[in-house]
Design a protein around this ligand. Structure first.
Ligand code: FES
Length: 124
């Protein structure tokens, strides 16, 4: 697939991902694997006063998966847990703009990983 299949926003988030990396002592984390391709995404959260104070991701996946992780972190940061719980894969895909159809499954990881992390926090 050539670069031109990705819109500018996707490429920008891929080249300059926001909030990528490990987090020390996260308050919660969620990891999901994509059954279609085997790629894996991990979301880590710092939570204060019921708000997502900080969020980081690590994604072992394709350009689209990295771009969607990056967008998700920008959507989720600063939100209350209740607001963040309402973030869906569609919100992430919409915020990113069009993804090539073949890559649509890649956008399904990010919100799922976030929801898993929030669940994990609830169980702590
Ligand atoms: S090909 Fe695996 S997430 Fe995109």
């Amino acid at each position: 697939m050539s670069n031109t299949d990705y819109n500018k926003n996707v490429l920008e988030h891929f080249k300059n991902p926001k909030n990528m990396g490990e987090m020390e002592n996260p308050d919660a984390e969620g990891t999901v694997g994509n059954p279609t391709c085997g790629d894996v995404m991990k979301i880590m959260l710092k939570i204060k006063d019921n708000k997502i104070e900080d969020i980081k991701f690590l994604t072992f996946g394709c350009a689209a998966a990295i771009a969607t992780s990056s967008v998700l972190t920008t959507l989720a940061k600063g939100k209350t847990l209740d607001e963040a719980k309402k973030l869906t894969n569609k919100d992430v895909a919409d915020a990113l703009g069009d993804l090539p159809k073949l890559k649509f499954h890649c956008s399904n990881l990010a919100a799922d990983a976030l929801q898993k992390a929030i669940e994990n926090y609830g169980q702590k």
